[in-house]
Design a protein around this ligand. Structure first.
Ligand code: BGC
Length: 400
């Protein structure tokens, strides 16, 4: 009875509905319910959360926000400015979050100096996922440069194998595009273009080369790629329909959920030309201001759970990402996870740790949306000019 009296219902908005994602989200539900609270699932399917954000806005506007929602990056500041977020600073102080989070992460989680969000992971975006059996069939090695990549793709095509599995949705287009930009232009170029939104860089010759390289991938994809969900794209690499996918390491969650073994059934490689840099994407949950006390207790329990070492280990083993907390024991993680953790540290020290703009880490949502539009239009229109698209990117960067 005492247990029931303390039980709070915690409604959590997220978009983790694929095989690997749902397993990871299931661990969160279990841990929260172990504290005596009740998880109320508010799942809105759709990669990168575009649909989820639309659903969330409708709920908040009608004065009925969920207890918590998956919101990340600069969007946390946008929601903070709306005056609808609840502070979880007391939980953060009690559990010493400032000591276990790198400042680059904790700063994003605070609004006006107070924690309003809890980070759960670090996803790396600049990966290439490979089916090694198919490469073997075509007698080629995994590519590390763009020249090698196109040679490998040609060889696969000749061997009757589809080289690239692709999902034509705006956020996926942007995900592949930013990885190409990093590989072709390098970390400084990436920073100038997508973090500083430097006009000359956005419409300059390197960007034109990036756009051209991105478009060169298209003939190696299949005609049915338009609108395909990212997890179905990963499934093509898993079941041997296609050889490679550019995607963040939530794709690893799919391979693992399908019982595949890294290094054997699939390879996780830095995308061509990107071995010396790291585009990061951090998932986090914000809490909304709610009127009743029980709900607030549930939010505190959730915040505590999200940042606990036990949760960060178990969740990320399923999700494909690594813990956001520093100093975690990585021994249970596979080689992809260990590599991600090592590179995260090394790239942070070198200044080559870069926010993924496709995943809401670098710009405000309106700017990001305008960039998405330019990239997808360019991908879908076979006659589009790279020079003109670069100019449009520069214009998109001014959208606020
Ligand atoms: C999120 C991941 C999610 C992926 C696909 C990304 O933006 O950060 O957690 O798995 O989108 O939905």
């Amino acid at each position: 009875m005492a247990f029931a009296a303390n039980a709070a219902e915690v409604e959590v908005l997220h978009w983790w509905t694929s095989g690997g994602e749902a397993k990871a989200a299931g661990e969160l539900k279990k841990m929260l319910e172990a504290k005596g609270d009740k998880w109320k699932d508010f799942a809105v399917a759709g990669g990168a959360g575009e649909n989820a954000m639309t659903a969330l806005k409708a709920r908040v506007v009608s004065g009925n926000p969920p207890a918590a929602a998956q919101i990340k990056g600069p969007a946390i500041q946008e929601w903070g400015a709306e005056g609808v977020l609840a502070s979880i600073d007391d939980v953060a102080k009690k559990d010493g979050w400032d000591k276990v989070l790198p400042p680059a992460v904790s700063n994003v989680m605070k609004y006006k100096g107070q924690y309003v969000a809890a980070p759960v992971n670090v996803h790396r975006v600049n990966w290439l996922w490979v089916n090694p059996a198919l490469l073997k069939k075509a007698n080629v090695k995994a590519p590390t440069t763009w020249d090698e990549f196109f040679k490998v793709a040609d060889a696969l095509k000749k061997a009757g194998i589809q080289p690239v599995a692709y999902g034509g949705q705006p956020w996926q287009d942007a995900t592949v595009f930013e990885t190409v930009a990093l590989g072709v232009g390098g970390a400084d170029f990436y920073k100038k273009a997508f973090v500083q939104l430097d006009q000359a860089t956005l419409k300059g010759p390197t960007m034109v080369k990036v756009l051209e390289t991105y478009k060169r991938i298209k003939p190696y994809t299949d005609k049915a790629s338009a609108g395909r969900e990212w997890n179905l794209v990963t499934a093509m690499v898993i079941n041997g329909t296609a050889a490679m996918q550019f995607m963040g390491d939530w794709a690893k969650g799919e391979f693992l959920a399908a019982g595949k073994v890294p290094g054997k059934d699939f390879l996780c490689l830095a995308a061509p030309g990107t071995a010396n840099a790291y585009t990061f994407n951090i998932d986090s949950f914000v809490m909304f201001k709610l009127p009743n006390k029980a709900a607030v207790k549930g939010q505190r329990d959730l915040a505590e759970t999200l940042m606990s070492p036990q949760f960060q280990e178990l969740f990320n083993l399923n999700k494909g990402s690594i813990p956001a907390r520093m100093g975690m024991d990585m021994s249970k993680f596979d080689e992809c996870g260990k590599k991600s953790a090592e590179d995260f540290k090394a790239d942070a020290a070198k200044g080559t740790l870069l926010p993924s703009f496709a995943h809401g880490m670098a710009m405000y949502s309106a700017t990001q949306g305008a960039m998405y539009d330019v990239i997808s239009q360019f991908w879908n229109d076979d006659a589009a000019s790279a020079q003109k698209a670069a100019e449009k990117l520069a214009t998109a960067a001014k959208v606020r």
